[in-house]
Design a protein around this ligand. Structure first.
Ligand code: CP
Ligand code: NVA
Length: 300
């Protein structure tokens, strides 16, 4: 059955357009207290190979609110960080937990985990994708900006994990997307192919100015992602002119989005991040509501 809810959530297009709408509706209802679904005696194992504030705290709090439990497994604390293979970790954790959330480097790691765990695996960020962030972003846009099919968004800066999942999520939701990324730091051809398959490719433009001109929402993320620290010096020069600042937004009343953590003074200025147009705290809170919607749909 094509409409059966997927067993894993490794990227946003694991969901159909209808399933995405279903998760967002569920998230809204849970947030509003209209849906009182609980997941009692349910354990989410959370495997982290990179740091996190929001992902950890939102999943952990969300599981508590649903009457379940979340177990934090950090990189140094478990045998995975000391040589135990991922596929062994996967099978052991699958014997205890009802679902596993993973934050790791290679996207393939999340796939391996899903292959061996025998329980649903949720991607809490890989080098290629951040679909839980996309769920929260779409929920935020719907709440704060308008119907997804009527909104125009601009992605400005690095074509990274957050941008990649956002672009595919935009195509899935019928949101119009314009992209300005420096040469060599685009979203990737595979993203354009997946979007095309869903019916709408992002429009790539040459400058941030062009990207933001007709946008209702301007979204950016850090120029150096976790795991890329060594590339910093080589990467930064390409991003000159890509900062989201008051000049860039002077002619528009577009909202501003950022998944956080932000690097003030690089991809965004303090003034924009702290301005009235900034939706970053709504996005951060919505991580929890969106993920509760996802968990309930996956596990109920
Ligand atoms: N946006 C996000 O995933 O934040 P953390 O790295 O703090 O989890
Ligand atoms: N692109 C950033 C997102 C952090 C939530 C990173 O991967 O480090």
């Amino acid at each position: 059955d094509a409409d059966e809810f997927p067993s894993d959530f490794l990227d946003i297009d694991d969901l159909t357009t209808d399933q995405l709408a279903q998760v967002l509706a569920r998230a809204s209802d849970l947030k509003a207290g209209k849906d009182l679904t609980q997941l009692p005696r349910t354990t989410l194992a959370m495997l982290f190979e990179k740091p996190s504030t929001r992902t950890r705290a939102s999943f952990e709090t969300g599981m508590t609110q649903l009457g379940g439990h979340a177990m934090f497994l950090g990189p140094d604390a478990i045998q995975l960080g000391h040589g135990e293979p991922l596929k062994d970790t996967a099978r052991a954790l699958g014997g205890y937990a009802d679902a596993i959330m993973v934050r790791t480097f290679a996207h393939e790691n999340a796939e391996t985990l899903a292959e061996y765990a025998g329980v649903p695996v949720i991607n809490g960020l890989t080098d290629d994708a951040h679909p839980c962030q996309t769920l929260a972003d779409l929920l935020t846009i719907r709440e704060e900006v308008g119907d997804l099919s009527e909104v125009s968004a601009a992605w400005v800066g690095d074509g990274n994990n957050v941008g990649r999942s956002f672009a595919v999520g935009a195509a899935l939701a019928g949101l119009d997307l314009t992209v300005a990324t420096p040469e060599g730091y685009g979203l990737g051809d595979d993203v354009y192919d997946r979007c095309a398959e869903l019916g709408t490719e992002p429009t790539a433009v040459d400058s941030p100015e062009e990207a933001v001109a007709d946008a209702d929402v301007v979204y950016t993320d850090v120029w150096v992602s976790m795991g890329e620290e060594e590339e910093r010096e080589g990467k930064l020069p390409a991003f000159e002119g890509y900062q989201v600042n008051e000049d860039l937004l002077a002619e528009t009343d577009a909202a501003f989005m950022h998944c956080l953590p932000a690097h003030r003074g690089e991809e965004v200025t303090d003034a924009v991040l702290e301005s009235e147009r900034s939706l970053v705290w709504e996005q951060a809170e919505n991580r929890m509501h969106a993920q509760k919607g996802l968990l309930v749909e996956l596990l109920e």
